[in-house]
Design a protein around this ligand. Structure first.
Ligand code: M6R
Length: 602
């Protein structure tokens, strides 16, 4: 949550470049933003409530000639999202931007008040600025001040810090929040992620936990926690700036939905041609734990279904924020799979660290290359879905499902469960996946048509059985997060145990039945809702015919494939229903209220 960037340059355009970079970080949080710039040897701070475009407007009234600036886009944790609480924060000689949470800020605040410090905001970050200022007043050494202050901070942070007596230099450090250093022809950067700097450079270095960096326009110097200078090699980013553009689509979400045929095809292609994870021995473990948050957890539920049903391996899926406090579940013979698009989710990271501490082997399914989770797991399987900008994940989720499909195949192979005939059928299915997803994406009108039926309602239900019930959970989350419509996802058989009392005349129910052996059962459950007056939207596969008028008001027909790709096809249809509904409701689709793309706080 929150995006930070700092840039120091031999030119006078740091504000323009910092602000451009900040716009690419807006997906990380967007309730307020601000910038601090060296104006000669004094620091000016300009802040604004709301999106970065407001800050942009405000900056037009200022002289923004500057060769060094730091900026922030916020997802509020402490204090309401107003201008006062917006970053940067300034105390004494220190001005800084922060991504993370200082958990013990209240104690530190009292300590600092006793020393005479006064506070203007409700934020934990102002306390961090004051503490660094205090340490600087004691040590008269900027790096030592940072080291000493960080020893005191509990929680997570990535900081870009300016000291008013050293114009043009940025100091930076991080713990549990991401930060990369970028090297361009005219100067150097420190930013939350590579997307912020790709327009100017693709050369970067990653900062490890607890390292400190001094960044001037000519040179970047890295230090370990004891302030011994360390060498860093620079890396070259493979993602390019064009991938951060909408490329003609109305929204990033739509663009990312349409990228799925290729992303998924590439995963299956790599699996058959140069798979880098076939060596993971899934059969060695009695039980696999899969841990993730949000949509990644929903993808894990599909993974559980595939690994259990086809690989015959018992699997437990747990939400990371719960698993991180369940150490009794983990032993050295546990295989933990953590799943994360961003590779930065705080709870998932904590779960992985706990498991490693307990001696477990940890595999990551991660999209963001070089992210913290990717670096800390024993084995990383990259989904290589490319940058995902829309807050609501689409290709992030389906690429995780695709990786689980390949893991289930590996388990089947290892256990001798994959007959030649099955292998042929599945391979044919995986080979056709691009074509099949494209056919679901065709004729967007039918999704708009359904959206028109439902967008004025306040409540909606998703029901399904087996693998479809996990897909329902993702469909429901997609609709909720971008359209602000309340919806619930229920296993179809569970509805009559209470929830059916909510079904009334006209209540929309989206039901999914792609599993042949459960088809009749699900249809019975749909009829039960229909008998109570529901408006029935039915999603099924072409092999079941095309006339469902007895119990369906609208039908979406999907190509019939194997379980290894069927959930992907189904969810694409649900993504488009959510997208069209949110559009009709006039919502900010790429940046839904109260959310942020990367959840780096607990
Ligand atoms: O980056 P991660 O995959 O770890 O993120 C997990 C969740 O925060 C994420 O999937 C969230 O639920 C999305 N908003 C869903 O669209």
């Amino acid at each position: 949550m929150c995006g930070i960037i700092g840039y120091t340059t031999r030119k006078n355009n740091s504000v323009e470049i910092t602000l451009n970079g900040l716009k690419n970080l807006e997906y990380r949080g967007y309730d307020s933003s601000g910038i601090a710039l060296f104006n000669g040897d004094k620091i000016d701070i300009i802040k604004s409530k709301g999106k970065i475009s407001n800050l942009d407007e405000k900056l037009k009234q200022h002289d923004t000639t500057s060769c060094c600036s730091i900026a922030h886009t916020r997802w509020a944790t402490h204090g309401e999202p107003n201008e006062t609480n917006a970053h940067p924060h300034h105390v004494g000689k220190v001005t800084l931007v922060h991504n993370g949470i200082i958990e013990n800020y209240a104690t530190l605040k009292e300590e600092l008040k006793a020393k005479g410090y006064k506070f203007q905001t409700e934020t934990d970050t102002e306390v961090a600025a004051a503490y660094i200022d205090y340490c600087y007043s004691q040590t008269n050494d900027k790096l030592k001040a940072l080291v000493e202050a960080c020893k005191k901070f509990r929680g997570s942070y990535a900081f870009n810090v300016l000291f008013e007596d050293e114009p043009t230099t940025i100091y930076a450090t991080r713990k549990d929040s991401p930060l990369v250093i970028g090297y361009s022809h005219d100067g150097n950067f420190a930013a939350s992620d590579i997307s912020a700097i790709l327009n100017y450079t693709n050369k970067y270095s990653l900062i490890n936990e607890g390292e400190f960096v001094k960044i001037t326009r000519d040179i970047v110097t890295f230090y370990d926690k004891d302030l011994h200078q360390i060498e860093k090699k620079s890396e070259t980013a493979t993602w390019d700036a064009a991938q951060y553009q909408k490329n003609g689509y109305d929204h990033f979400m739509l663009k990312e939905i349409y990228e799925q045929p290729k992303v998924i095809n590439d995963i299956f292609d790599r699996f058959y041609n140069n798979c880098s994870y076939k060596d993971i021995d899934l059969t060695k473990y009695e039980k696999i734990h899969i841990v993730a948050c949000g949509s990644a957890m929903h993808a894990s539920l599909v993974g559980k279904y595939l690994l259990q049903t086809y690989g015959k391996i018992p699997v437990m899926v747990e939400i990371a924020s719960e698993y991180r406090y369940s150490e009794e579940l983990i032993t050295p013979s546990t295989l933990l799979i953590v799943v994360s698009q961003s590779g930065e989710t705080a709870d998932t990271l904590a779960a992985l660290r706990l498991a490693k501490e307990k001696g477990a082997y940890v595999v990551g399914i991660v999209n963001a290359v070089g992210s913290t989770i990717a670096r800390e797991v024993d084995k990383c399987i990259y989904t290589y879905a490319g940058p995902e900008i829309a807050v609501a994940t689409t290709k992030g989720y389906t690429s995780q499902v695709a990786v689980f499909a390949t893991l289930a195949l590996i388990a089947m192979e290892e256990k001798g469960l994959l007959t030649d005939e099955m292998s042929k059928t599945i391979k044919e299915d995986l080979t056709n996946v691009e074509k099949n997803i494209n056919s679901v994406l065709e004729n967007r009108e039918k999704y708009l048509d359904i959206a028109k039926d439902i967008y004025k309602h306040n409540d909606l239900f998703f029901i399904g059985r087996g693998i479809d019930s996990s897909v329902c959970m993702e469909g429901s989350l997609k609709l909720k997060e971008i359209s602000y419509m309340h919806s619930e996802s229920y296993s179809a058989g569970e509805l009559k145990h209470g929830t059916i009392s909510l079904i009334d005349k006209g209540t929309p129910v989206i039901s999914i039945a792609t599993d042949d052996k459960l088809f009749e059962k699900t249809v019975s459950n749909i009829k039960e809702t229909k008998a109570r007056g529901s408006y029935s939207i039915f999603v099924t596969t072409q092999n079941h015919g095309d006339d469902f008028s007895e119990f369906a008001d609208k039908t979406i027909l999907l190509p019939k494939t194997t379980d290894f790709t069927q959930p992907i096809l189904t969810v694409v249809a649900l993504q488009l229903i959510a997208y069209e509904t949110a559009k009709l409701r006039g919502c900010d689709i790429d940046k839904p209220r109260n959310l942020a793309k990367s959840v780096t706080v607990e």
